[in-house]
Design a binder for this molecule. Structure first.
Ligand SMILES: Nc1nc2c(ncn2[C@@H]2O[C@H](COP(=O)(O)OP(=O)(O)OP(=O)(O)O)[C@@H](O)[C@H]2O)c(=O)[nH]1
Ligand SMILES: [Mg+2]
Length: 447
């Protein structure tokens, strides 16, 4: 086990001493310039991407469209620009190239003509599909897992998160090592694609990657031990975690709750991830943590790599499950979040369901129609196209009736119902505090 973890000198270009050029080159970000925070990025520097979805025959058009919107949003978050979407309905994806022969030819023609620099698939590709597609299309091929890992890489700030991302990158890379040679040859200026390197070289790379994976896992264990010690020093306070689908407003709520209240101690716990803050609402103190957002088809391995971060959720006393009610698929999002909570062993916790973005909710919105969708065959059924959604009052009544846990409707942006949210938190946290720490009931006097 390493005894100097955390203090290793890091340099971007030579992060992996001992690795061959190939391994070094492949484990970094796929979108070199694609950093969400890099606002100085100009359009010319952006890579252009083609999206591909292969829904099964029964999937409604509107759903396909929503999934592609989400993929486009992910792509843009990663820093690339979407130039075209392709859809092929298949009973089952093609085993060799994921899409059928005809569609592949169509994509190839478009890529050649437009100069797009990558093709992004809304599903995970097998190593051989990836290899075949890369050989055929001769541009970067990105699948859903890789895209998500890449976004995580651009956002990871803390040492733990960076280590987790690196682990996920190597775990993704390991089974695919043999398949990643074609455009590397090109990058080396080899011109005509030659045969890949010999087995020995690939074996060496595999060993290097495996070693790196074990090293990173050990490092994460060290981080875990440190955070257990830190958490011990935080006992005595109820812990609340914000969870939810990505982009629902968790961080906005975190900021709202921890900043705008005069009693809030807007102080970072220097030794923890900066996402945990102590909040005091109406003299009731608690710890609030903001967590990584969930998403449909979140690669299990990525969840595994992010165990340390997810401990915040696992060890919370109360979860605030934030939902973006203005999103047409919010109900599916709730399911995705509940399933992910189950996966990480956090499903049995008390939950406060917070429906956010009520300012943006439009009951008359047409379900998921996007004029820029690029679907020539987009001809929604009447019921689908003109679907009238329930009003907020109806939704509120139905969720209140079916949930055991409290439900609240807010707009974090417009500050609607925030006092009610605070009152609810004070009540829930107060109850939990009295259960957990019956001997420190006098917290209000002590403050
Ligand atoms: N219209 C509207 N927008 C909101 C509201 N709350 C947050 N937003 C916006 O929604 C976007 C996402 O908000 P975040 O707070 O970053 O969401 P998040 O859940 O932390 O997202 P991830 O960290 O990416 O998972 C931002 O552009 C916010 O300004 C709201 O009540 N109404
Ligand atoms: Mg956030």
């Amino acid at each position: 086990m390493s005894n100097n973890s955390g203090s290793k000198p890091r340099q971007n270009s030579t992060r992996h001493p001992g690795a061959t050029d190939t391994v070094k080159g492949r484990a970094g970000r796929i979108l070199a310039k694609g950093n969400k925070d890099a606002t100085y990025d100009t359009a010319q520097e952006q890579e252009s991407a083609v999206l591909v979805a292969v829904p099964d025959k029964r999937q409604p058009n509107t759903t396909t469209q929503e999934y592609l919107d989400e993929l486009a949003f992910l792509t843009e978050t990663a820093g690339a620009q979407v130039v075209k979407r392709f859809v092929q309905r298949l009973e089952k994806p093609d085993i060799r190239t994921f899409v059928g022969e005809g569609k592949l030819a169509e994509i190839k023609a478009f890529v050649n003509h437009s100069g797009a620099s990558m093709v992004i698939f809304d599903d995970d590709l097998s190593p051989s599909q990836l290899r075949n597609l890369e050989a055929e299309l001769k541009v970067k091929i990105v699948d859903r897992s890789l895209l998500i890992i890449d976004i995580f890489a651009s956002r990871a700030k803390s040492a733990t998160a960076r280590t987790q991302v690196e682990l996920a990158q190597y775990q993704y890379l390991l089974p695919r090592l043999t398949g990643l040679w074609t455009h590397l040859d090109k990058q080396r200026g080899g011109g005509v694609s030659q045969r890949g390197p010999g087995e020995t070289e690939i074996e060496t790379d595999r060993r290097v990657v495996r070693d790196r994976i074990s090293f990173l896992k050990e490092k994460l264990k060290d981080f875990d031990k440190q955070s257990v010690t830190q958490r011990k020093s935080r006992t005595g306070l109820v812990r609340v975690a914000l969870v939810g689908y990505t982009n629902v407003g968790k961080s906005t709520i975190m900021n709202l709750l921890s900043r705008s209240d005069v009693f809030a101690e807007n102080k970072l716990f220097a030794t923890v991830d900066s996402t945990v803050r102590k909040v005091v609402l109406d003299t009731v103190p608690f710890l609030l943590s903001d967590t990584v957002g969930f998403i449909r088809k979140l690669p299990t391995r990525l969840i595994e790599s992010f165990k340390s971060t997810l401990n915040e959720i696992r060890e919370a006393d109360l979860l605030m499950h934030v939902v973006d009610i203005s999103h047409p698929s919010f109900e599916e999002h709730i399911e995705v979040v509940n399933d992910t909570l189950k996966d990480i062993g956090a499903a049995d916790k008390p939950i406060l369901l917070v429906f956010n973005k009520i300012d943006q909710y439009n009951p008359e919105a047409e379900a998921g129609l996007d004029p820029e969708g690029g679907f020539e065959d987009m001809n929604p059924h009447e019921e689908e196209g003109t679907l009238i959604r329930p009003t907020l009052d109806q939704l509120q009544a139905s969720y209140m009736a079916k949930m055991h846990d409290p439900v609240i409707f807010i707009s974090a942006q417009e500050r609607e119902n925030i006092d009610e949210l605070r009152a609810l938190l004070v009540r829930k946290v107060g109850e939990l505090h009295r259960q957990r720490y019956p001997n420190t009931l006098e917290y209000d006097e002590a403050e």
